[in-house]
Design a protein around this ligand. Structure first.
Ligand code: PLP
Length: 380
């Protein structure tokens, strides 16, 4: 199993940061890469055309390896909402068919799908969890699968629910979507990097991930995968960088209509993201060394230290196969105000989030047993 990797970050040593789902901390190597790239701006004459594309290509390669895709199927975008817009604006042959998501989906996904449903004369169906099943995730997955039928045009969900860590069974859902001809769009922001992802195995049509959480990247940068269903798609904007002649700066007005292959047409303008992209390159390199399955195993070992703590207080912890180890809800005693609990925890320099009536705890490789002990002590 991995050892604690705190030494690779500059986290305040006084703090127990159990809130990667809010924002991942920056690796030391990412900080150095950003500063080094920033310094290059002092002397722009030293930058050559290739510099506009080298890190872009490297990040695409790293991300494609992480999610089981090919480099040309990856696009760099500024946010998840941008990625959903690219996919949904190109899914226009399912008019009148249902759009499906789950209760309390993250607003970027919810609003994007709502707009698609309105523009396509479709019903937006929100699938609720089943209160009668013991495991929240098991009943919810079952209901979601049952709701997908021949009248379904799009399913848009997060791989892991951002509020409670429920894991959606992407393989089963992807297969069902393929069977009925629905487009399957996944928001991977709260899992990719910390949980294995395979876009081909799960038959995902578009995977969209903000980079500032489990990819340990900077804000304002997201990474996306588009299947070949979008190969002829219309991008939201007309960036010169996505054209076949973009690397020949002296010939840009020899206008080339043709796009670079695959998902490249969806890259946002000014794709080079100087300063930001080298940060993501470093974090992706590091994540590929740690490996998502090992991060999951590491998070599991720390989460399991909360099982008896919760049991002693007569409280549950969802340990089913449909619950993620790196992000989970920690139910509180009835009548407790979660916001008050969070603020008491912050007085002890223990950081978690509140989502609904539970605390949302998230664990990554910079956490260790002492963070969990501090959480328990502060909660007690
Ligand atoms: C599941 C999920 N998706 C997306 C985002 C961020 O979305 P955007 O990139 O549109 O700001 C978050 C942020 O908390 C999230 O939890």
């Amino acid at each position: 199993m991995l050892n604690c990797q705190k030494s690779l970050f500059q986290l305040d040593p006084e703090v127990a940061y159990l809130n990667n789902a809010y924002r991942g901390p920056m690796l030391k190597t990412s900080e150095e890469a950003a500063i080094s790239d920033l310094r290059k701006m002092r002397n722009p004459f030293s930058m050559v055309a290739e510099d506009f594309f080298t890190t872009v290509n490297s990040v695409k390669k790293l991300f494609s390896e992480m999610v089981g895709a090919k480099d040309h199927e990856i696009a760099l975008i500024p946010s998840t909402s941008y990625g959903f817009a690219c996919a949904l604006s190109n899914w226009n042959h399912a008019k009148g068919k249902k759009a499906i998501t789950v209760r309390d989906e993250f607003p970027s996904g919810y609003f994007s799908l709502k707009r698609w449903a309105e523009e396509n004369g479709s019903e937006l169906q929100i699938v609720d969890p089943n209160p009668d099943t013991e495991s929240l995730g098991q009943g919810w997955n079952q209901r979601l699968l049952e709701s997908i039928d021949k009248e379904t045009g799009v399913v848009l969900i997060s791989s892991v629910h951002w509020m409670n860590g429920v894991k959606f069974d992407l393989k089963a859902i992807g297969e069902r979507c393929e069977e009925v001809g629905a487009c399957f769009i996944v928001d991977g922001t709260q899992s990719v990097g910390a949980l294995p992802m395979d876009v081909k195995e799960y038959k995902i049509d578009a995977l969209i991930c903000a980079s500032y959480k489990w990819l340990l990247g900077p804000y304002s940068l997201a990474v996306s995968y588009f299947s070949d269903k979008f190969d002829e798609g219309k991008p939201l904007e007309e960036s010169w960088m996505n054209r076949t002649n973009s690397h020949i700066f002296s010939e840009l007005t020899n206008y080339q209509e043709e796009f670079l292959p695959g998902a490249n047409r969806f890259n946002v303008g000014e794709t080079s993201y100087f300063i930001l992209l080298p940060m993501l390159e470093k974090s992706l390199e590091q994540l590929m060394v740690w490996k998502p399955e090992k991060i999951q195993e590491y998070a599991k070992s720390l989460r399991s230290q909360l099982i008896s703590f919760q049991e002693e207080r007569g409280l549950s912890l969802d340990l089913s196969e449909f619950s993620a180890n790196h992000l989970f809800a920690l139910p509180l005693p009835e009548g407790t105000d979660p916001k008050q609990v969070r603020s008491s925890l912050e007085n002890e320099k223990v950081y978690v989030s509140v989502r609904g009536t539970s605390l949302r705890v998230s664990i990554n490789v910079f956490n260790d047993q002492s963070d969990i002990e501090r959480l328990k002590t502060a909660l007690s």
